[in-house]
Design a protein around this ligand. Sequence first.
Ligand SMILES: Cc1ncc(COP(=O)(O)O)c(C=O)c1O
Length: 452
Amino acid sequence: MTRIDPTAALTGSMRDFRELQGTDLMARVGSFYEWQELRRSRSLWPYSRSTQAAPLPICTALDDSGLKFTGLNFGTQDYLGLSSDPEIKEVAKAVIDEYGVHSAGSSALAGNTKYSLRLEDTISDFLGVSHTILYPTGWAAGYGVIKGLVRPADHIVMDGLSHACLQEGAYSATPNVHLHGHLNLNSARRHLKRIRDKDATHGILVVTESLFSMDSDTPDLRALQSLCDEYDATLLVDVAHDLGAMGPGGRGFIAAQDMLGKVDIVMGSFSKTFGSNGGFVACNSAAVKQYLKFYGCTATFSNALSPVQAATITKAFEIVKSDKGNQLRSVLMQRIEQMRSALTQAGLQYMGNPSPIVPVRVGDEALARLVSRRLPALEIIANLVEYPAVAKGDARLRLQMMPTHSVENVKTLAARLRTAIDHAQIEHVRYRAAAAGVADPATAVAKAAQAV
Ligand SMILES: Cc1ncc(COP(=O)(O)O)c(C=O)c1O
């Protein structure tokens, strides 16, 4: 194994290990492991944690070095708290008794169940479209819809911050992938015009999200759909993070922008608001549904959702549509606003628009890791986000909100995060002064302490 510079625990990035050299495919990943171990040994590796009980606002977690801690949980994407909903748990128990725990087949063969067919109808009805196809995960839906529809001579124009499943699907489908500036319609239009000026015969898929999960912002979906119509392109919108949790009746930003039933293809996940694994693609074409079922590899050659998943997700949609759903969303939005103002009062800046995602940008990875390291001792669970989930140098803490958080939880989080950032900033200055060989690190630290 190569020797890794100890300072890499703060300065290195997962990007350093993307390209690997050497003939031995297994041995050459060792450098990443060595770097990961270095970070782990300094308590700077906050990933791969496991919860020791349901992901409620107060939760016990185990990190992958074996450290167990209990804290306020702002790291769970259970946006309406439905993963522990008593009605949904009752449905799960009844369906297990009725059906067992497995569908035992792909949806292209005999893996459909009465519950999966009902779920497809529920989603079509919810989104105002005629057809829905289910996938084993949201990732499989994003990857599969792109890979299923796009061929190598076609083009993809996608928001540069699109989720990994969309990017992986795009790059595996065609070499003609054009990233446009984040939320930038002019940039999307320039790409579309340039492509259509040269190529009038192949397809163009335009890909975006209705709520970007690292930045908490939303494109103008109506304008994007018009652009697609103008340039004979097809629009695909990933609604993983807002469907169920946001918008009129929980129908997300598509409904908020009066685009229900008017977006070419909608793709989503059940892993955020709907308390389960799984994903879907919905549109107004029976032909597209049938084509994806047999040519979209991740549905065709993968087992269908289990009956218990399909039934509990259907129940989750029922709750999302009900008065209870409206109340949960209303409390969620109150907590989101309370969190944003508590952070402001604590002198911290958050990014984006009000949504269950409240990202607190730190920027420098070293500082962000030092902040994150302090959180377990302060009894806070919050995810550190760095490359590859966001660009290098743009690290952040991502807070995820649930209606089950109390106002007190929110205030405590803001105060403790402020403490963590203040202390980490001092630590960071000391570290940078030492790395730069500054003769008087104490003065540098004193100045930093005054600044915070
Ligand atoms: C925008 C977006 N799309 C798709 C997915 C994949 O969803 P799933 O967790 O169901 O695989 C995610 C989850 O991380 C996501 O954030």
